[in-house]
Design a protein around this ligand. Structure first.
Ligand code: SAM
Length: 399
């Protein structure tokens, strides 16, 4: 396991660490027995998902625009831009396993990973004039409500590095993505001083929030996007993506928030329905379906984890969905063999990938916690895709 400043756990006491250790040892033992066929007999057949996220982002022809990514993780944003027809020039990511994910899926991309992918160490000036769109999701832990919200006092705050890269490369446009807490009151001064003020010298800026189910992804998840264009006339015409899907019953998920910024005011409802998470995963009808609660990354929190549970209220939703969000299995076969104590459906890494909008054709490298880390940190690729499409439309309409 590689330790980097990007995914340190919170400080916990030795006693707390010991409780976690014992719990995880007991669970590992139970898993080993189950995989040997000595556990409870399987009750859920191996599921065949109904949702293929590739269908949410039809591959577009090469649009002649070059993109470069920072903080690329397991490639959510990168995959969305790729499907939208961009040429990917290079990606930088500090976690070696995430670098392997990118390399194994797109061997022709230039990937800087591990210390070589540390954006702090890179001089971006050689890319000046070569990049149309620079995109990236600087780590969200400094701003996330699930963390301590120390902002710029958190050593993981990488927005200044993102800003430096934009100013050195001077792409035609940039996209920075993060948690919505960043545009809350607490970080107003931070956003104005660290992000907007230095970039506004050369860019025309806009920001908006997108919701995953609006793009067919069966999960309660919102992300804020900061977009900048060098040319004023392009910025003036720019339209953020409009929803492609509707979720029929918002009341079914009490965790759904309705935060809207630069309100995406689609006048008419899109025709396509976002599937519930059970339907998306191909699980039998139990008379209830809903959106999955926001999934957490296996790399954040008190320790690395194979649970995607993000909160107490999320626990209630998973229970209603009869899905067990802890002890995620590496494969569907293993999930089938390792019956959850409460007999609910056990998730696997490929199922979590679908809940985050990754198609099965995109393989995610690493141990379960590491794969869940990359999945949970990602921008859902179909959401990234529609952002990429909107930016390509703006840039190409002016040429
Ligand atoms: C929010 S995740 C990005 C997710 C990605 N945009 C996606 O859609 O899949 C932030 C990423 O930044 C990486 N990171 C943190 N510090 C870094 C650094 N100094 N240089 C490069 N990558 C870094 C983390 O390892 C993590 O994968």
């Amino acid at each position: 396991m590689t330790k980097t400043s990007s995914y340190q756990g919170w400080n916990i006491t030795e006693a707390e660490r010991e409780i976690y250790r014992q719990r995880s040892q007991a669970s590992s033992l139970a898993k080993v027995k189950a995989l040997r066929g000595e556990g409870k007999p399987p009750i859920h057949p191996i599921n065949q998902p109904k949702l293929n996220p590739d269908t949410l982002m039809a591959k577009l022809a090469n649009n002649g625009l070059n993109s470069l990514s920072l903080f690329s993780g397991g490639g959510g944003l990168d995959l969305g831009f790729d499907r939208a027809g961009f040429n990917h020039i290079a990606a930088s990511e500090i976690i070696p396993d995430a670098g392997i994910t990118l390399k194994q899926n797109r061997p022709n991309w230039q990937i800087f990973s591990g210390e070589d992918g540390n954006v702090k160490m890179r001089d971006w000036r050689p890319y000046h004039g070569l990049v149309d769109v620079l995109h990236g999701g600087p780590p969200c832990q400094p701003f996330s409500v699930a963390g301590r919200q120390k902002g710029e006092a958190d050593s993981r705050d990488m927005f200044p590095e993102f800003v430096r890269a934009v100013l050195e490369i001077e792409p035609r446009a940039f996209v920075a993505e993060n948690v919505t807490a960043l545009v809350g009151k607490k970080f107003q001064r931070y956003v104005a001083e660290v992000i907007e003020s230095p970039l506004a010298q050369k860019y025309h800026l806009t920001k908006f929030i997108l919701s995953a189910p609006d793009f067919g992804i069966p999960q309660v998840r919102q992300r804020v996007f900061f977009v900048g264009f060098r040319e004023q006339k392009i910025a003036a015409k720019y339209q953020p993506p409009q929803p492609t899907h509707y979720w029929p019953d918002l009341s079914a998920n009490t965790t759904q928030k309705t935060v809207q910024l630069n309100l995406l005011s689609s006048q008419t409802l899109p025709e396509k329905r976002c599937l519930g998470v059970r339907e998306a995963l191909g699980l039998p009808d139990i008379g209830f379906d809903g959106l999955a609660p926001t999934i957490r990354s296996g790399l954040t929190g008190p320790r690395h984890t194979t649970s995607i549970l993000s909160s107490v209220s999320a626990q209630k939703v998973w229970e209603k969905l009869q899905i067990w969000p802890n002890g995620v299995a590496a494969t569907r076969e293993n999930a089938h063999l390792f019956v959850a104590q409460n007999s609910h459906f056990r998730l696997s890494v490929p199922d979590c990938a679908i809940i985050q909008g990754f198609p099965e054709s995109w393989s995610i490298y690493g141990a379960v916690y590491m794969a869940l880390g990359q999945i949970g940190n990602a921008v859902p690729p179909p959401m990234a895709y529609w952002v990429a499409v909107s930016i390509a439309e703006a840039l190409l309409s002016s040429s």
